[in-house]
Design a binder for this molecule. Structure first.
Ligand code: FRU
Length: 559
């Protein structure tokens, strides 16, 4: 990720208290008046507090509403609220605190009133040592699901669930990054912002090559869930290649009686010459079809009696691979090792109904930190390139980072293979990752790839001088690959973090490819037949390696 330094130095910020006035009324309600003179209003955040809603009012009109955990007695970090477009105007910030914190008498004493200030700069020179090197991360703020990914004109576009006003989940907005190579990502302006219909939940984009929707040939059309009083489906279109979007005036385009109704994935289905949409609804997937992308016909539902139902189904994807169809179904909670995970079904699809004979539950990744997996639309050579959110709803909001939270997995190419008479979906690290390889090194560096050739039973231990470690073991007889992070470093932020994950590799493993970044380890079977993605937070990086039953080569990785 190209870091954009939005700040010269925090120290040179002049505290502009003069124009600012704060009025306190009952019930945790505060009115802050300020004249917009600089680019940002910097808001101090304290993460373990309940938070407040802020409405920005200009000329009596509510211009924006956002939620932020304003600091009560400690500042974790600042977030920038852009006020540039109101330059010179008198603004009213109408602030309403929630929950147990809002003892009226105390609100006056909150630390935030001393520290809120305007600034032309915002320091994003993030030096946190858990900031990944070769995984995509937001510049600042919280990120969860990858959204709307598409390829066009040599560029991969990645949108993502983003909170611009804190490093925990809130204010869902589509952030945007672009890459030529799936490894180097540039930061773009946020693409789709909350509106009267709600915040902007997950969804997908298509390139409308034949102008089915009438927004123009090659318009990029985004489908997302408007999460307001209800969850409904909306569209937005872009005629500048995915940079900026206009919301469709006919929104919402789909409603349902179910509360959990979200995450539309849209694709063109050549076999019926129509568009299909697949949506997660409760614990099922609903399938629709359309000619013009605006009017959708319900076709069928899939789910009852298939796979895992210990949680809500979310973020579907459906794609043809060879002569089979792969249905991706993210589920939370109920994942194989607790919390969030991605299950899949291999079957057939005629544009109306998805059918499968698959009896068991199959998981795309057997680690704890691989969720909301979806693939790029329109990828070159019909590749099925997948990205996941590299975290878990069990503790995503608590992981020990500050100015940003969460990264995406490395890109993977999905494929279908057969082993022991069954069909599976494999994940191969995308070839673009080979470009990261630098020199061969003897001991692990902070960011490296370890290639292991297994002789039979094998064990690889990565550790540091503090005796924090992870172990990866392979049992040649049972074909089970295991990853243990119980002593990997900082694990105390959640009771669900210290864990062991395992997978029986279909057909067994001969080699492994292990990708190590600042706070993650992704262990792939060398042929992509199984993968485990796990976060780790060692207090210093794993510089030591001990192995039995295998030979290793280590490449330093760098962008
Ligand atoms: C999955 C999810 C989606 C939803 C989004 C909200 O992680 O819950 O179902 O659209 O996150 O941020």
């Amino acid at each position: 990720m190209k870091r954009i330094f939005l700040s010269i130095a925090a120290a040179c910020v002049i505290f502009n208290a003069a124009a600012q006035q704060t009025f306190f009324s009952g019930g945790g309600h505060v009115v802050l008046k300020d004249k917009a003179q600089k680019t940002f209003l910097l808001l101090p955040v304290q993460e373990n507090k309940d938070g407040a809603n802020i409405q920005i009012i200009s000329d009596g009109k509510v211009e924006q509403s956002l939620n932020v955990k304003l600091a009560v007695d400690k500042i974790d970090y600042f977030v920038p609220l852009s006020i540039e477009k109101f330059s010179g105007k008198n603004l009213v910030f109408d602030i309403e605190f929630w929950g147990g914190e809002k003892q009226t008498a105390d609100v006056k004493n909150y630390l935030c009133w001393k520290e809120i200030h305007q600034s032309n700069d915002f320091d994003t020179q993030n030096k946190e040592h858990f900031r990944p090197e070769f995984h995509h991360t937001p510049l600042y703020g919280w990120m969860n699901d990858p959204n709307g990914m598409f390829y066009f004109d040599g560029k991969y576009h990645l949108y993502y669930q983003w909170n611009p006003y804190g490093s925990q989940w809130e204010n869902m907005t589509w952030g945007h990054s672009v890459s030529n190579d799936l490894v180097n990502w540039s930061l773009e302006q946020p693409a789709i912002l909350p509106d009267g219909l709600g915040t902007i939940f997950s969804g997908s984009c298509v390139v409308d090559k034949n102008n089915s929707a009438g927004f123009g040939k090659n318009a990029v059309i985004a489908f997302y869930t408007s999460a307001g009083r209800n969850q409904t489906q909306s569209m937005a279109y872009s005629t500048d290649g995915g940079k900026t979007f206009s919301k469709y005036e006919g929104n919402p385009v789909l409603t349902d009686e179910n509360r959990d109704f979200r995450d539309p994935k849209v694709f063109f289905n050549e076999s019926i010459n129509r568009w299909n949409m697949i949506l997660a609804v409760g614990q099922e997937m609903k399938i629709y079809s359309s000619l013009d992308l605006k009017n959708w016909n319900y076709e069928s539902s899939f789910g009852q009696g298939f796979g895992c139902h210990d949680g809500v189904w979310e973020c579907p994807d459906l794609m043809k691979i060879g002569d089979k169809w792969l249905l991706i179904c993210n589920i939370n909670p109920g994942g194989i090792f607790g919390g969030s995970a991605t299950q899949y079904f291999i079957g057939d699809f005629d544009g109306k109904k998805f059918v499968t004979t698959q009896k068991d539950t199959k998981w795309l990744d057997y680690g704890k930190d691989h969720y909301a997996t979806v693939t790029f639309s329109n990828a070159p050579d019909n590749r099925k390139i997948a990205l996941a959110w590299m975290s878990n709803w069990q503790y995503g909001n608590e992981v020990p980072t500050k100015q940003f939270r969460s990264a995406n997995s490395v890109p993977r190419d999905l494929f279908i293979f057969e082993a022991d008479g069954e069909k599976f979906c494999g994940s191969k690290p995308s070839d673009e990752l080979l470009k990261l390889r630098q020199k061969v090194i003897k001991t692990p560096s902070e960011t490296c790839e370890i290639l292991a050739t297994l002789k039979g039973d094998a064990k690889i231990t990565l550790s540091n001088t503090k005796n924090e470690n992870v172990t990866i073991t392979y049992n040649a007889k049972t074909k089970v690959l295991t990853f243990n992070r119980k002593q990997s470093g900082e694990v105390s932020f959640s009771k669900d973090f210290a864990a062991e994950t395992s997978v029986k590799v279909p057909g067994g493993s001969k080699t492994l490819r292990i990708f190590v970044d600042k706070c993650s380890i992704e262990v792939f079977d060398g042929e992509g037949k199984a993968v485990m993605t796990n976060l780790v937070f060692p207090s210093e990086y794993y510089s030591l390696i001990a192995t039995t039953g295998c030979k290793t080569i280590i490449y330093q990785l760098q962008k």
